[in-house]
Structures are given as C-alpha cells and as structure tokens.
Design a protein around this ligand. Structure first.
Ligand code: 5GP
Length: 213
C-alpha cells in the first residue's frame, strides 16, 4: 500500500474533528498528525494528543527551523503541521489524516501533491450558526472571528477534490471512509500498476502472435 495524506477542512463547527476522530477509531490504516498551535488548551484538551500547545516563541523557532509542512494564522492564533508528524505516520504505513484550515491545506497540497482534499460542508447556514453558537467556548469577539473564518473557508471550496455534506454524522463518516477506499485503488496510486499491466499486455501480445503463426 502507498499511504497518503488526507486533508479535512470545514468551517468551524462543521464536524471535521469528530469525523477524523471516528475514522481513527474505526480504521487501523489511518494515523493522526498532531498539530502545533499557539492557542490555549480548552477544557479537556491534552498536550501531545489534541495539539502541541506552543508559546509564540516556540512556534516561531520551529518555523525558522523549517519544521512545518504548512503553517497559518487561524482566527488570531498560529497553527502548523510538523513535517516529522506527517512522516511518522506515513512511514508506519498509515494514511495520515489532518484537520487543517483552507490556507494550510493549500500550502500542504503543494508540499505533498498526492494528498486527498476533502471539504466538509454543513447542511445549511442555520445549522452552521447553531453549531458555532453551541460551542460557547468563546467571547463575542472570538465568535465574530470564527464567523469570518467560516466565510473564508467556504470561499475556498473549489480547491477541494471532494465535498461531504455533514447532515447526518454517521453518513458523513462513512462517505469519508469510502473516499479513502476509492483513493487507495485510484490508478495513480496503485503501486507497480504500470509494471503489472505491461506484463499482462506482453502476455496477450505473445498469445496473439502464437495464434496467428
Ligand atoms: P480549533 O482551535 O477549533 O481546534 O481549530 C481551529 C481551526 O484551526 C480549524 O479550522 C482547524 O482545522 C485549524 N487547524 C487545526 N490544526 C491546524 C494546522 O495544523 N494547520 C492549519 N493550517 N490549521 C489547523
């Protein structure tokens, strides 16, 4: 198997983190890339599991060392994917699933062109607003910033190969899982495919010339 990166993006509250977590529980061919962020941990978040929570100085030091495959400012905080995290998962033979914003996804796809890009779309504006408000983890200013980010995210949808509407969570998880299955057998990814096909063609050509002689 040829493991590849899977990028999930969505407006905040779109459900992509839940989808990624569920897929990680259900499939042992997937691994997660833990991102770095300068934002503070929320409630039960754990350093090294949910994020690497870095100070601004630590984040900048990593960026100067070219440690990030991508990095972006998302509603006022810095977020970045470490190259070593991605390589750790891929070299263990697993597809690496990432929950990153649209700016990061664009940079990441340039660095890893074989990435699969999936946009998770809320079923309607009402549902998106409801989900954003239900978070209640932020003050008014942070909510406005999340609404503005959601706008930017939606405007980048054309950069993605797949769109999954998250109306029914279970269905959305299954659809993302099917996309992964389909990508595994997509022509460009099948390892040794050209060699196998060339061998089959050679056999057919020899058989044709045998039959004709
Ligand atoms: P939250 O702070 O709610 O966990 O995440 C906020 C936003 O940051 C989400 O849109 C999420 O996809 C994005 N994000 C999380 N990790 C990364 C990352 O490593 N790089 C980028 N560019 N965005 C990220």
């Amino acid at each position: 198997m040829n493991p590849f990166p899977i990028i999930l993006s969505a407006p905040s509250g779109g459900g992509k983190t839940t989808i990624a977590r569920q897929l990680l529980q259900r499939r042992d061919d997937l691994g997660y890339s833990v991102s770095c962020t300068t934002r503070s941990p929320r409630n039960s978040e754990v350093h090294g599991t949910d994020y690497y929570f870095l100070s601004l100085t630590e984040f900048i030091a990593q960026r100067e060392k070219q440690a990030f495959a991508e990095a972006a400012v998302v509603h006022g905080n810095l977020y970045g994917t470490l190259k070593v995290e991605v390589k750790r998962v891929l070299s263990a033979g697993r597809h690496v699933i990432m929950d990153i914003d649209v700016q990061g996804a664009k940079q990441f796809k340039r660095a890893f062109p074989d990435s699969v890009t999936i946009f998770v779309l809320p079923p309607s504006g009402e549902v998106l607003l409801e989900r954003l408000r239900a978070r209640q983890t932020e003050d008014r200013q942070q909510l406005i910033s999340r609404l503005q980010s959601a706008l930017l995210e939606l405007q980048a949808i054309d950069d993605y190969e797949y769109v999954v509407v998250n109306d029914d969570l279970e269905q959305a998880i299954r659809t993302v899982s099917s996309i992964v299955d389909a990508e595994v057998v997509s022509r460009n990814r099948v390892a040794g495919m050209r060699h196998s096909v060339a061998a089959i063609i050679g056999k057919l050509e020899r058989e044709i010339s045998n039959q004709e002689s």
